[in-house]
Each structure stands twice: as structure tokens, then as C-alpha cells.
Ligand binder design. Structure first.
Ligand code: PXG
Length: 437
């Protein structure tokens, strides 16, 4: 390979291992990447769970190109530009009723940290400044900001920074139980009672000091953990009972992954705040967002003195014109091509195909909902993650891109995937598992 790999420090990557045998993607169209060795790679992961409309969409590319020619950049502090207001309006058309206020960021991590600050600002404006603590969940992933890793529940992402995490954070137990719910199709029957642990945690704190609970409705990154039936409803009820806000981190579940615009609508549980990114603009330009209930915005804005800034937060690139143009075009593509409905209609085939892997070697559990799936493998003694890594490599060699975390394989194809492509993804994984020791 002629590309010099020395200077780049790669994120969440074994740098030495990667640079010894690199895998570069040089272009992408529709469901396929082209690799540096000129092979077509079927994208079983929508990039990193983000290219929901498929790659290289002309409408989105044109919107970005046009905007680059019209307005490269505009400040957003005490200024604005039309496209970012249009993006907020279009987004509010698909958010749950009563959640119409949008704060833009540049990533999911920034969306999470912004949401935490928004909640603290709201409680203060609402006369409850003592509500400062947050409750996250084990195995939660909320990005990599100090706020996000504090409420997040991944040991590996926290251990080097443990002395510097946010104070006043506690965690719910995660909801995965292979013992009680292995090979569940869709939402597991077992586990709604796990939400009641919130009462135990609250008993250790004074509930009136808790600002919010933050969870992914379906935990993606740590291996596709599907919420047990009734769990999220129970969590909502308990938050209401104690006056806590509920934040859904929908960075992965947003934009049709479950066949509805957001997981909130799928589970019929409406949070107070949602964090978004990834599918928001098909990942064509970095962008995230926080969406909140109207009352949160109104309370904060109305509590501030005349002409004073209400929320001391924002980024140079908040609402960047290129990101906003990409968001508007992406939301049009989702609507015009009915891609969320398409995801819903493909989900049964996806479920049937992924569960065919039950008899494949090493498979310990299979989990799925909408167009998300996880296959958990038994780990090789003393080498957690090796089996999934080798399976990922074999799939890549066979022209299919999958994700893995630990010994869990994860699948989240673009919503334009065909039934045949779904079949191919899981058949390829089946073959790979036969070849892995
Ligand atoms: N919240 C959730 C629920 C996420 O999944 C973030 C926040 C952070 O977003 P940014 O844009 O700051 O990365 C995420 C990101 C994987 C994988 O393979 C998942 C993510 C990112 C990279 C890889 O599981 N999720």
C-alpha cells in the first residue's frame, strides 16, 4: 500500500495491529464500500450505525455541494442562517409530540454532554437547583466526553479517567440476561422488574437531588441489549413518581433503526430529552442534536432576565451550514422513500435470518429488534474478543462488513438493504463461524 500510515493516531483501534494489515475504504455507493484492494464490501453496519439512507446519496451530496457554494460558514452565537432553522423544523416534524425544541451539536458525545447541561440548567430555572445528580446504566454508551463516560457504564472507557469523572453519578444494572432470555426474538419477556432497581438507588440518595436518568432505549455499542418488555414504561413511571427527567440517548436508535422515527415511538415511551447524531444527516457531515420537551426550553428561556443569554453552551460549529443542508436533504430522503416503514417491513426477514445462526459454532445468544442484531459468541479461554475479531476479518475477506465488540457481533445495515443482502450478511457470518476456531 502506498499510503503513509505513520502519522495518524487512530480512534478506538489497535494501531499497531491495524497498521500491520490495514483495511482502507476508498469509496462507497448504496449498500457497498469499495476497499483499497478494489473489492466490493457489503455494508452490514451502515458505517458505524449511521448511514441509514445508504452511501453516496445524490440528493444529500447535492445539498452539501450547493450549500458549500452559497454559505461556507456562519456564526451561530447571536447570529443565524436559514438552513439551520429549516433543519430544526424538519426534525421537529418527526419527533414525538411536544418535543419540538432542537439544540444542534457536532456529534453524539457532544449531544450527551449538552443534554446533561440542559437538564441542570432547566432544574435551576425551575427552582430545583438541588437536582444535580445523574443516573446512567451499566453497559451504557453515551460517547466519550467526561459527562458521557461518567453516566456511561463501560469499564474500559472509564478506567484511565476514573479520578476525573463527574461527581454525583450512579448506575442502574444493565438488562441483559442470557440465563433468562437467551435467543429471545425481539423484546425479551424477562426483565421488566430490573427498572425497579431505580427505587433502590434513589433510596441511597435523596430522590430530590437527582436531575435525570439517562439510558439508551436499546443499548447498541455494548452488544445490542434489547430492553425487556415493559422495562422502559416502568422506568418512565418511576421518573415521573420522583420528579426526575428521563433522557433517551437515541444516537443509534434514532432515524428508523427500529422502524419508527425514534425508539420513543416504537416503545410508546416519551422521554423529556433525546440525544441524536449519526442518522440525523446520514453521517454525511458531522452533526448531533438534543431535542427536548417544549416546557424545558420555555422554562429556561423565560427564567432568564431580559436580553440575557439563557443557556451558556454551544460550539463554533453548532448548526454548521453543510451539516444543516445534509440534515434537511436526509430527512427528505427518509420521508420520500419511506425508509422507516421499509425498516419495519424488513425486520421479520432480518429476525428470521439472524436466528438461523443459532446452530452455528460458538453462538451463545442472538438478539434482534428492527434492523439491529447481535450475535454473542462464547469467548476463547484467556482471549476475550479474539473469536469475534477473527470472524469480522473472515467476513471482511468474504466482502461483508460487520462490527464486533468483545465477543459480540453487531449488525445494523442501511435501511435500503434488500432481503437478499440481509440473507447474504448472515450466511457469510455462518460460513465465517465454521472457519473460526
Ligand atoms: N450515544 C450513543 C448511544 C452512541 O451509540 C454516542 C453517544 C457518541 O456519538 P459520537 O458521535 O460522539 O461517536 C454513540 C456512538 C460501535 C460504535 O461500533 C458506536 C458508536 C460510535 C462508534 C462505534 O458500537 N456510538
Amino acid at each position: 500500500m502506498s499510503t503513509n500510515l505513520d502519522n495518524l493516531w487512530m480512534p478506538f483501534t489497535a494501531n499497531k495491529q491495524f497498521k500491520a494489515a490495514p483495511r482502507l475504504l476508498v469509496s462507497a455507493k448504496g449498500m457497498y464500500y469499495t476497499s483499497h484492494d478494489n473489492r466490493q464490501i457489503l455494508d452490514g453496519t451502515a458505517g458505524l450505525w449511521c448511514v441509514n439512507a445508504g452511501h453516496g446519496r445524490e440528493q444529500i451530496v447535492n445539498a452539501i455541494t450547493e450549500m458549500a457554494n452559497i454559505l461556507d460558514y456562519a456564526p451561530m452565537f447571536q447570529m443565524g442562517h436559514p438552513k439551520v432553522f429549516e433543519a430544526a423544523t424538519k426534525l421537529a416534524e418527526i419527533t414525538p409530540e411536544g418535543m419540538n425544541k432542537v439544540f444542534f451539536t457536532n456529534s453524539g458525545s457532544e449531544a450527551v454532554d449538552s443534554a446533561l447541561k440542559m437538564v441542570l440548567t432547566y432544574h435551576r430555572a425551575n427552582g430545583q437547583a438541588q437536582r444535580t445528580k445523574f443516573i446512567g446504566r451499566e453497559r451504557g454508551y453515551h460517547g466519550v466526553g467526561f459527562g458521557g463516560i461518567s453516566v456511561g457504564g463501560i469499564g474500559g472507557n472509564r478506567k484511565h479517567f476514573s479520578a476525573n469523572l463527574m461527581v454525583g453519578v450512579d448506575h442502574l444494572p444493565h438488562t441483559l440476561s442470557i440465563e433468562h432470555a437467551a435467543f429471545s426474538r425481539g423484546e425479551p419477556e424477562w426483565g421488566a422488574h430490573l427498572a425497579d432497581n431505580l427505587e433502590n438507588i434513589l433510596a441511597l440518595h435523596d430522590p430530590s437531588t437527582i436531575a435525570a436518568v439517562i439510558v439508551e432505549p436499546l443499548a447498541g455499542s455494548t452488544g445490542v441489549l434489547i430492553p425487556p418488555k415493559g422495562y422502559l414504561k416502568r422506568l418512565r413511571e418511576l421518573c415521573d413518581k420522583h420528579g426526575l427527567l428521563l433522557i433517551f440517548d437515541e444516537v443509534i436508535t434514532g432515524f428508523g433503526r427500529l422502524g419508527t422515527p425514534f425508539a420513543a415511538q416504537y416503545f410508546d415511551v416519551i422521554p423529556d430529552v433525546m440525544t441524536l447524531a449519526k442518522g440525523l444527516n446520514n453521517a454525511a457531515v458531522p452533526m448531533g442534536a438534543v431535542v427536548c420537551r417544549d416546557e424545558i426550553y420555555e422554562t429556561v428561556v423565560n427564567a432568564a432576565p431580559e436580553s440575557a443569554i439563557e443557556f451558556f453552551h454551544g460550539y463554533t460549529y453548532t448548526g454548521h451550514p453543510l451539516a444543516a443542508a445534509a440534515a434537511c436533504a436526509t430527512l427528505d430522503v427518509y420521508r420520500d422513500e419511506k425508509l422507516f416503514e421499509r425498516a419495519a417491513s424488513l425486520s421479520q426477514h432480518f429476525e428470521n435470518e439472524i436466528h438461523k445462526l443459532r446452530s452455528a459454532p460458538h453462538v451463545k445468544d442472538i438478539r434482534n429488534l428492527g434492523l439491529v442484531g447481535g450475535v454473542e459468541l462464547s469467548s476463547r479461554d484467556g482471549a476475550v474478543g479474539a473469536r469475534a475479531y477473527e470472524t469480522f476479518l473472515k467476513c471482511y475477506e468474504a466482502g461483508v462488513l460487520v462490527r464486533y465488540t468483545g465477543d459480540i457481533l453487531a449488525f445494523s445495515p442501511p435501511l435500503i438493504v434488500s432481503e437478499d443482502e440481509i440473507t447474504r450478511i448472515f450466511a457469510t457470518v455462518g460460513e465465517a463461524l465454521k472457519a473460526v476456531a
